[in-house]
Ligand binder design. Structure first.
Ligand code: NAD
Length: 423
């Protein structure tokens, strides 16, 4: 892979299935930063530096100066939602950004209207979409989304596109025989099988159109064998799943510290309250189970109880999410950690993270879009394991995934350094 990376020329379209709190905070943020009104805090592509092995290593240049990324000026946004509100209205009701910030970009946000969404309601039972497509089959639904993608690209004059799933969490689903091969999945689409969810329809359409796809939710979306096969056939990079923004981000930073100091763990109790639409959707036990599945695995993988039986052989890990409307997007996450030290003496660590969900997620959406576009221009396809840094339950090509934030960071930097040499 020593061929040069194709330049980031022309416009890059960022397509967001789901134009709710996270998506509109991302779009508004990119516009505000572009206009010089705010700083892109939290974004690796905008603020991050990269240590290089050559003589520039001492100065640690900005990442965007050494790898060819699209600039904010080149971005065009679009997306789908099952409600018709434009981005200004959706951002206003999400209540993340204040009126003064939204007023600065009002015109651009008003002009951003979502395309009609794909919505078979069984996968997100708390929502009753009104702005939805109809089609005789799920295969025909894929074709409609493909038409949307082509139309958006032509109307916006984009050279390339990339998609990041920012729509609601669907009910927990495991891959079945339907998801095994491109052939079996295409057959299921033609038969409108219940195994094929909304998220999978968008992802399939994007892959068929050669659009790199990142999955920000816990949904089964591009992380099944048929989708990986199609991604490879079409030369499309994919990544997922579930943005790592809050409690799991903390967990995957603190657990490596416990292990590095050989401090034992008896229990880790995590509870969250949030009051946004995401919280409402997660109030459905089956949607919560999808979220719980991506959150639960991280401690075991990092702490390796099989190797450290005395320290981590018998800990209890519990996670709760409670929908509490007064909180809106300003979520609160408590961790109560029972640990033990020298001679087994018990201790406790308490964390109260008063975060803002979409403020934490928006820079990740931007970074994933720009890095997947880079990956595509660099000729990479299939699951992009080096992007594990951004996810609670990272997609891998084979074997177990890596959750340790610092190991993930090293993986990311390793690939970026190799790309910097080619750029
Ligand atoms: N920190 C974070 O905010 C964070 C972290 C990890 C994961 N996530 C995930 O990101 C996603 C978005 O979170 P949010 O806070 O913006 O939620 P949100 O409810 O504000 O926005 C989701 C939007 O998706 C729309 N939608 C639902 N089904 C759709 C479909 N089939 N097609 C098109 N649109 C559809 C909804 O109408 C809504 O506008 C959720 O899945 C959430 O679990 C968020």
């Amino acid at each position: 892979m020593s061929t040069p990376i194709a330049p980031a020329s022309g416009k890059l379209g960022i397509l967001l299935p789901g134009m709710g709190a996270v998506a509109t905070t991302t779009i508004a943020g990119a516009l505000l930063v572009r206009g010089g009104h705010a700083a892109p805090v939290g974004s690796l592509t905008q603020m991050g530096r990269l240590a290089l092995d050559d003589d520039r290593g001492a100065t640690r240049p900005l990442l965007r100066e050494v790898v060819p990324l699209a600039s904010l000026d080149q971005l065009r946004f679009g997306g789908w939602d099952i409600f018709p509100e434009d981005a200004h209205e959706a951002a206003t009701s999400a209540g993340v950004l204040d009126g003064r910030d939204l007023a600065r970009i009002r015109g651009e946000m008003l002009s951003l209207k979502p395309m009609k969404g794909v919505f078979y309601p069984g996968y997100v039972r708390r929502l009753h979409g009104t702005h939805v497509k109809t089609a005789p089959s799920k295969a025909a639904m894929v074709e409609q989304v493909r038409d949307d993608i082509r139309r958006f690209k032509a109307e916006q004059g984009c050279e390339r596109l990339v998609a990041v799933w920012c729509a609601s969490t669907e009910v927990l689903q495991s891959p079945s025989a339907t998801h095994a091969t491109v052939h079996s999945f295409e057959k299921a689409l033609a038969e409108s099988s219940a195994d094929v969810s909304n998220a999978q329809i968008y992802a399939w359409a994007c892959l068929q159109e050669g659009v790199p796809f990142a999955n920000g939710s816990p949904n089964l979306c591009v992380d099944f064998p048929a989708a990986v096969e199609l991604a490879r056939l079409r030369g499309v990079p994919v990544a997922g799943k579930d943005f790592k923004t809050g409690q799991t981000l903390l967990k995957t930073a603190i657990a490596p510290m416990l292990k590095a100091r050989l401090l034992g763990l008896r229990g880790w109790y995590s509870t969250n309250i949030l009051g946004n639409r995401d919280g409402e959707v997660l109030d459905d036990p089956d949607s919560f189970r999808a979220k719980e599945a991506t959150k639960l695995g991280v401690l075991e993988q990092i702490l390796e109880p099989a190797l450290h039986g005395h320290l981590y052989g018998d800990f209890v890990h519990k996670i709760r999410i409670d929908y509490h409307p007064p909180r809106g997007d300003a979520k609160e996450a408590w961790d109560s950690i029972d640990l033990f030290g020298w001679l087994g003496y018990p201790m406790q660590l308490k964390i109260d993270f008063q975060g803002r969900d979409s403020i934490l997620a928006a820079p990740l959406v931007l970074d994933l879009a720009l890095l997947l576009d880079l990956a595509r221009r660099a000729g990479r396809s299939g699951p992009q394991e080096w992007l594990s840094f951004f996810f609670k339950s990272p997609m891998v090509t084979a074997g177990a995934h890596e959750n340790d934030l610092f190991v993930q960071r090293r993986m990311l930097e390793g690939v970026l350094r190799a790309l910097a040499e080619r750029g």
